[in-house]
Design a binder for this molecule. Structure first.
Ligand SMILES: [Zn+2]
Length: 214
């Protein structure tokens, strides 16, 4: 499996420093579970950050620090009860700590497109969900009220930014108006961390947006 699309440096350093909200932390962690190169970069950033911190005097914790710390602790020491319990989200490709989160039911948001919300244990600017699209599905041109971080788990899709397969990471925001097409032959399953809501563009999009609950 070759991964071509990675989170940018600001996301990787934010992940290493623990300053991302939990939604974005999860999107980056899902990519890291598949990408040895970004794992190495994060280790390096963590080491450099640790060396710098060693010389500093104590300061108040950043806003995202508690969230990141709880997620990290979760990855290291799962609560005793959850060891025996089966994971709520038995999806290979998700980081182990995410598989233990509770999830809602699958629901259709548009023809050929379903989503399953993941309930986060702490508040987060970005909500997180699994998104499943049917083979060959063509999503309408859309943009975002905030950022949208997508990590492919199975299958793939293409848009004018290239082809995205398992492990690939896609960044979207209000400045990007794209129209993904899902690969033929298999469903595409992605983890998405999204701020705000998706907005379909064009005159037809304006009519359809209220019908697409994403
Ligand atoms: Zn990577």
């Amino acid at each position: 499996m070759s991964i071509e699309h990675h989170p940018d440096e600001s996301l990787l350093t934010g992940y290493a420093a623990g300053t991302l909200d939990l939604g974005r932390h999860i999107a980056v962690a899902t990519h890291l579970a598949a990408c040895a190169d970004c794992q190495k970069a994060v280790s390096l950033f963590t080491e450099v950050g640790g060396a710098l911190f060693a010389d500093l005097s104590p300061a108040p914790m950043g806003e995202g620090a508690f969230v990141a710390l709880s997620a990290k602790l979760d990855t290291i020491a799962p609560p005793r009860a959850s060891i025996a319990a089966p994971p709520s989200l038995p999806v290979a490709g998700l980081p182990a700590f995410v598989r233990r989160y509770n999830a809602g039911k699958w629901r259709m948001v548009a023809p050929g497109l379903s989503m399953r919300p993941i309930h986060l244990p702490v508040p987060s600017a970005a909500r997180v969900f699994l998104l499943k699209s049917a083979p060959g599905a063509k999503l309408r041109h859309h943009t975002h009220a905030g950022t949208e971080l997508t990590c492919v788990i199975e299958g793939g899709f293409s848009h004018d930014g290239g082809h995205f397969g398992p492990g690939d990471f896609d960044f979207g925001d209000s400045g990007i108006n794209h129209q993904p097409t899902v690969d033929p032959g298999a469903d595409c399953l992605c983890l998405v961390a999204m701020e705000g809501h998706l907005r379909l563009t064009g005159w037809l999009g304006a009519l359809l947006t209220p019908l697409v609950r994403l």
